[in-house]
Design a protein around this ligand. Structure first.
Ligand code: SF4
Length: 389
């Protein structure tokens, strides 16, 4: 990158000016990872100090039976497949109850688009879960699932959200976003929910007072310009609603082997590799720089590994997801030594060790508890740590 262009970008970032589409593409073209990290760390520190938020949650997948066959998906099964499953309401409640002793604050519920489960099953599950675990927030369903519920119930998203909120829903999940640009989306997504419906449903949720996450699946067949486009669509919607609380870049998983049968189900595999750690850190940094109106940036460590998760805290990330005790959607198996479970104490160590201050939050990003660092880290980390000289 030419020196004057680099200076121009630095000046914009330090002045708090909004970056353009061209700026985003130029940042992706830079091979100076430390420079990108320094810029993103400035924004991250300005917004969130030396805090790293996390919550104690559990992922619950009510069914892996799905009408769609998205090219990247290793989770979905067709009816009758050997390991296809659908939980009865009582089973879902029993599984959730197993976590009660963990001071769980959130259940994160996403599912396949089941072809025959009736609409009434979904509010009933939420109601029963809420009755069993009244102190636990229910973050449930992607916009794709809400769109599916419109189809199977004949009701509008407006009515569906009202009923789910009445049953205990506190937030949608951020999934189903993948990459919004049709040039890419048509090759990876097999359901009917694209930007128009995804944004319609999140807008509606925001109007009803829910704050929601937004995700982006990167590192497959998309190019940096598609990531920039994705983030700018979200930025524009956020200008309108202010309802997105966190952005989560999700690293496409190239080579999940199904533990049940040893198969690789991902149909993109012949055309893809997988984002390298450097590419992931760059994606975090550029996302943080472009998305100036969303308060938090999350690293979902299950998809990145713990090393990248720690490093990401210096590339704009201020939120680490879990404790996750069971996670199925992409984590049937991996080759990266990433544990599929982690607990509060593990996360505290991870965050302190990286030089930051852990803060436990709830689904609404309200502080549940701040954790003082153990001595002698207290002196060293009393101030936001400026790791980039
Ligand atoms: S990503 Fe979701 S909608 Fe697509 S096949 Fe997998 S479970 Fe179904």
């Amino acid at each position: 990158m030419a020196a004057d262009r680099r200076r121009e970008l630095e000046e914009k970032v330090y002045a708090g000016e909004r970056l353009s589409r061209e700026d985003g593409i130029a940042l992706y073209e830079s091979d100076d990872l430390a420079w990108l990290g320094r810029l993103a760390h400035h924004v991250r520190t300005t917004k969130n100090g030396d805090r790293v938020m996390f919550n104690v949650n559990r992922h619950l997948n009510l069914t892996n039976v799905c009408s769609a066959s998205c090219a990247y998906c290793s989770f979905q099964r067709k009816p009758g497949e050997k390991d296809a499953y659908t939980m009865r309401v009582e089973e879902a409640v029993r599984k959730a109850r197993e976590m009660e002793g963990e001071q769980l604050t959130e259940l994160h519920i996403v599912n396949g688009l089941h072809p025959t489960l009736p609409w009434r099953y979904y509010p009933r599950v939420l109601r029963e879960l809420k009755a069993a675990l009244p102190g636990v927030s229910l973050k449930a369903f992607t916009a794709t699932e809400i769109h599916w519920f419109e189809k199977i119930s004949g009701r509008s998203a407006d009515e569906i959200l009202d009923e789910l909120i009445d049953a205990g829903l506190e937030s949608l999940t951020g999934g189903g976003a993948e990459i919004f640009d049709w040039e890419v989306r048509q090759h990876i997504v097999d359901h009917a929910t694209h930007w128009e419906d995804w944004s319609r449903i999140h807008r509606l949720a925001h109007q009803k007072g829910l704050r929601t996450p937004a995700t982006m699946l990167y590192g497959h067949i998309e190019q940096p310009k598609h990531r920039v486009d994705h983030v700018l669509r979200l930025r524009e919607l956020q200008d309108e609603t202010g309802g997105f609380v966190v952005f989560i870049p999700l690293r496409y998983q190239h080579d999940f082997v199904d533990a049940a049968d040893g198969k690789i189900r991902n149909r993109l595999q012949a055309r893809t590799t997988m984002a390298t750690p450097a590419e992931s850190l760059k994606t975090f940094a550029v996302s943080r720089l472009l998305l100036d109106n969303v308060p938090h940036l999350k690293c979902f460590w299950v998809m990145h590994g713990l090393s990248v998760a720690q490093l990401s805290l210096n590339f704009g990330v201020d939120d680490l997801d879990g404790s996750v005790v069971e996670y199925k959607i992409t984590h049937d198996a991996d080759h990266y030594g990433t544990p599929s479970t982690m607990h509060r104490e593990d996360l505290l160590e991870l965050i302190w060790d990286a030089g930051f201050r852990p803060v436990e939050r709830n689904t609404r990003y309200e502080v549940v508890r701040e954790y003082d660092p153990p001595v002698p880290l207290a002196q060293r980390r009393a101030q936001p740590q400026q790791v980039w000289a």
